[in-house]
Design a protein around this ligand. Structure first.
Ligand SMILES: [Cu+2]
Length: 436
């Protein structure tokens, strides 16, 4: 817990980075309350009670950080700290994050807002926060050693800048980055337009999430932090399917989905049933003349993409990373290909030695979804998630866009599975088995 005394101490030591009048004025005020979140559920959008009005975003399995207005400045308080994150029902990971969760809360401001962010460090080592994509004074850029000293354990630093352009941004540490991002430290930032903007449409639904990856051994709870390529949990906002909430919209809603990538590889995000355009990046709104229709968009490491479409097809539409290994959970990559191998004789022999031995994979790997395989405690199934027609055979970076005629405006709750009109579901037809 950072005390008022600690804060004064810091202000005295590092005050040179800021105008001294600003420091003394701020130091006299108590820090804004550090709001914590215990639940991994998707919070209701945070409608602004103070400051300029805006249409809030929905952070998938996350929340937006409340602020206080002080002398016209929007003040937030982030706390970097170890957290326990439920990544899927039955699976809790020991991560690092902000204000009780990984990722940290979404920060929502309005173009032109002066923003002051207090960052208290409750980690066992120093940290800093880089405000990815922002135009700001160099000394507020958050790069440890380059633009500021690291925030020591137990100390609070203050960042202050004006949100100079509207768009989709993120924040993450820029100190011991490899470890701190592998442990889950990251958060979303949205700067809403102050007035109608020629390249920013009004939307009825606005979702956001960060792509992230962890290497957590089945049965363990803490990520291995030195992993570079062999991750086994591919997540959205530190959740893996079936732990990722669905995106619930009303038929004919204009929908925006904002995605940022803080993993070590690219992710082609694919939407079923609709075409979208990329309307913005962390570089800002994309001019209308530069947009084209897509159904997948590749999001490279360190990039953000904001896509938009009209949800004009009712149903349950898959939204997922198109790299098939990223829609699996907790899988080692040393799995031999056994398709077409008849190893029943071998299995019998092994079974004599190891009674629990199971043969897997000779007909593909779909069996593994439903098999009653013994898995260690605190492990998410390899391919989890049951849909209305059985196993969805996906995990990791997968969710569902639910488009419903009956969804109320603004209602973000899950309407349940789609009821398909009679005769509109693929089905078996009587046909002779073709001879080979
Ligand atoms: Cu991917």
């Amino acid at each position: 817990m950072t005390t008022r005394r600690d804060f004064f101490q810091w202000a005295g030591i590092a005050g040179g980075a800021l105008a001294s009048t600003a420091v003394s004025r701020v130091a006299l005020a108590a820090l804004p309350e550090a709001v914590l979140q215990a639940s991994p559920a998707t919070a209701r959008p945070l409608t602004p009670a103070t400051g300029r009005p805006y249409a809030p975003v929905v952070t998938l399995n996350g929340w937006s950080l409340p602020w206080r207005m002080r002398d016209g400045v929007k003040e937030f308080h982030l706390v970097a700290e170890p957290v326990v994150r439920e990544m899927a029902p039955g699976f809790r990971a020991h991560l690092w994050g902000y204000n009780g969760q990984s990722p940290g809360p979404t920060i929502e401001v309005v173009h032109g807002d002066r923003v002051r962010i207090y960052v208290t460090n409750r980690l066992p080592e120093h940290t800093s926060i880089h405000w990815h994509g922002q135009r700001l004074p160099n000394g507020m850029d958050g790069v440890t050693g380059l633009t500021q000293p690291g925030i020591p354990a137990g100390k609070t630093f203050m960042y202050e800048f004006v949100a100079r352009r509207p768009g989709t941004f993120m924040y993450h540490p820029h100190g011991d980055e490899m470890v701190q991002m592998a442990m889950g430290m990251m958060g979303f930032w949205v700067t809403h337009p102050r007035e109608p903007h020629p390249a920013i449409d009004t939307v009825q639904r606005d979702f956001c999430f960060l792509l992230n990856a962890f290497d957590i051994e089945p049965g363990a709870a803490t990520p291995r932090v030195a992993t570079m390529t062999d991750f086994n949990l591919w997540g959205w906002n530190s959740r893996v399917f079936p732990g990722i909430d669905t995106l619930n919209v009303r038929l004919h809603d204009k929908v925006r989905i904002r995605v940022g990538n803080l993993t070590m590889t690219n992710h082609p995000i694919h939407l079923h049933g609709h075409e979208f355009t990329v309307t913005g990046t962390d570089g800002g709104p994309v001019p209308r003349s530069a947009r084209w229709p897509e159904v997948s968009t590749d999001i490279a490491v360190g990039q953000m993409r904001q896509i938009e479409f009209v949800a004009d097809e009712e149903g349950d539409w898959a939204l997922h990373c198109h790299k098939s290994h990223h829609t699996m959970n907790a899988m080692g990559h040393a799995v031999p290909t056994l398709i077409g191998v008849d190893h029943r004789g071998l299995a019998r022999q092994v079974h004599d030695l190891i009674p629990d031995y199971m043969v897997m994979g000779e007909r593909g790997m779909a069996d593994m979804t439903e098999m009653e395989m013994p898995i260690p405690d605190n492990t998410v199934p390899m391919m989890g998630g049951i849909g209305p027609f059985g196993s969805v055979e996906m995990g990791g970076m997968f969710s569902v866009l639910k488009v419903r005629r009956g969804q109320k405006p603004g209602d973000t709750t899950d309407p349940g599975w789609f009821r398909h009109p009679p005769g509109t579901v693929a089905h078996e037809v009587p046909a002779p088995t073709p001879s080979t």
